[in-house]
Design a protein around this ligand. Structure first.
Ligand code: UDP
Length: 459
């Protein structure tokens, strides 16, 4: 029986960062002539997620309604598993037991994309595995190496890595982490971080700031702007106070410079910042900003002082130097590349480093001319090209790291290689739903392929 020619790719997301980092991928799949995205939200950060997806023009096919406050991790995980099961079986019928069709003609989803390290992503990966849908992991391979830190994210990343057939890793170092854990290098792909694609798109839209305290920014295209964010737990108290003091000193010393500080609502942060900076003319305090306007502010900035993780990846993508107000960072690639400088929270050190960047064009250029190790804004394009290659056997996409091997990905996903009359193809293995082997007699373990013999057979 002829089956649909536009395979659907499920994308499951729940939190705002997931929506931000997946919308570029959804946009590309929406524009793709042969693949169709089916976006499923879990309902966790419903309003924030809906806002980001709506702004990006992404359609949502289903919401699992897992938005009740106070859910435990186990309640959340089991609700996501049950909800996704219901959504998939409702839309596609039960998991295939005897389907054997070419990958691209299979009526069942071609894959399920999950992102990063949330418990909902891990739960969605488990559900997809049970439903025989190949899992594709975006932002794969980040590791601290300590299973309980951060909790539960580190283990979630490792769980998804065990399940995923295909791993889209932002950097080569991420691929190394995966290979160290036994993932075939042929199932990994260095793509850059889709967060950089998102940021560039959002910054270019120039969404109005829409706040009275930022009205001056709409008209002022010339004053140097320093954007400051600080809210990490380790900086609560003395650290935040010291960062705020350094901003006060910088404002006094550089009357031509304007400072914008989106203040985290946590009272332990907000009170300290308001006490130090509330009456300083050159400093604009504002509430946390919507992602699209914050991206615009970053693009307009001369310098960023922050303790945020994500901003350390984002600002350099826009050529903006970053002083990291922390003593350590897991973004070591940025420090090595020279796009970040670790300054800690000592006020003298921050003031000295900021003064150099604000007064010496060569010092500014030393940051802004470096390529951003976290991505070039084309990660979503690479991932969609990879999915297309996996599904249609189209030409192998260009990668900035080691290449990947279609046969390895498909075999891990449960497809079996055949040589059908129409040419080499993969068929989906029957699901052994009722069969529990009594012993291992007669079980043949096929050798893993190391090359893709079908690379040349493009459509
Ligand atoms: N961000 C935002 N509005 C703000 C400040 C930050 O949308 O006022 C975005 C920022 O662009 C980045 C993310 O929030 O994508 C970073 O959040 P945060 O610093 O809270 O977390 P971390 O990256 O440290 O986990």
């Amino acid at each position: 029986m002829p089956l649909p020619v536009s395979p659907e790719v499920l994308i499951v997301l729940g939190t705002r960062p997931e929506a931000i980092k997946l919308f570029p991928l959804i946009q590309r799949l929406q524009d793709h002539p042969r693949l169709r995205p089916v976006v499923v939200t879990t309902g966790q950060h419903k309003e924030l997620v809906d806002y980001v997806l709506q702004e990006a023009g992404c359609e949502v096919a289903g919401d699992l309604g897992v938005g009740r406050p106070g859910l435990t991790l186990n309640q959340l995980s089991s609700s996501v598993i049950a909800g996704l099961d219901e959504f998939v079986t409702g839309r596609y019928g039960p998991p295939p037991e005897r389907i054997s069709g070419r990958v691209r003609e299979d009526h069942y989803p071609a894959g399920c994309i999950v992102h990063g390290d949330t418990s909902s992503a891990a739960a969605a990966a488990v559900a997809a595995f049970h439903l025989r849908i190949p899992v594709l992991h975006v932002e794969a391979g980040l590791r601290t190496g300590t299973t309980l830190t951060p909790f539960p994210e580190e283990l979630n990343r490792q769980l998804v890595a065990r399940i995923a057939s295909f791993h889209a890793a932002p950097t080569r170092a991420n691929v190394q982490n995966l290979v160290r854990e036994g993932v075939d290098i042929g199932r990994t792909f260095v793509t850059g971080n889709t967060g950089i694609d998102a940021l560039r798109w959002a910054a270019a839209r120039e969404v109005p700031y829409g706040r009275p305290e930022l009205a001056w920014l709409e008209d002022d295209a010339t004053s140097p702007v320093v954007t400051v964010t600080a809210h990490r737990r380790e900086n609560w108290g003395a650290g935040i106070a010291s960062i705020a003091r350094s901003v006060h000193r910088l404002a006094d010393a550089h009357p031509d410079v304007r400072f914008v500080v989106p203040v985290h609502p946590n009272p332990r942060v907000a009170q300290t910042v308001h006490d130090e900076l509330g009456a300083v003319d050159a400093v604009t305090l504002t509430a946390p900003m919507e992602y699209h306007t914050f991206a615009r502010l970053l693009a307009r900035s001369t310098l960023v002082i922050t303790d945020s993780g994500g901003i350390q990846e984002e600002a350099p993508a826009l050529g903006v130097p970053v002083l990291v107000a922390r003593t350590t960072t897991e973004r070591t690639e940025g420090v090595e590349a020279g796009t970040l400088e670790l300054v800690g929270t000592d006020a003298d050190t921050i003031v000295d480093a900021a003064t150099r960047v604000l007064t010496d064009p060569a010092a500014h250029a030393a940051f802004s001319r470096q390529p951003n190790p976290y991505g070039d804004g084309h990660a979503a394009e690479r991932i969609v090209d990879a999915v297309e290659h996996l599904v249609f056997n189209s030409p192998v996409p260009h990668t900035s790291g080691p290449g990947f091997v279609r046969a390895q990905v498909l075999e891990w996903a449960g497809f079996r290689r055949t040589d059908a009359i129409e040419g080499p193809t993969f068929v989906r293995e029957p699901t052994p739903v009722d069969h529990v082997p009594q012993d291992l007699d007669g079980v043949v373990i096929a050798p893993k392929s190391t090359v893709d013999p079908y690379d040349k057979g493009t459509e």
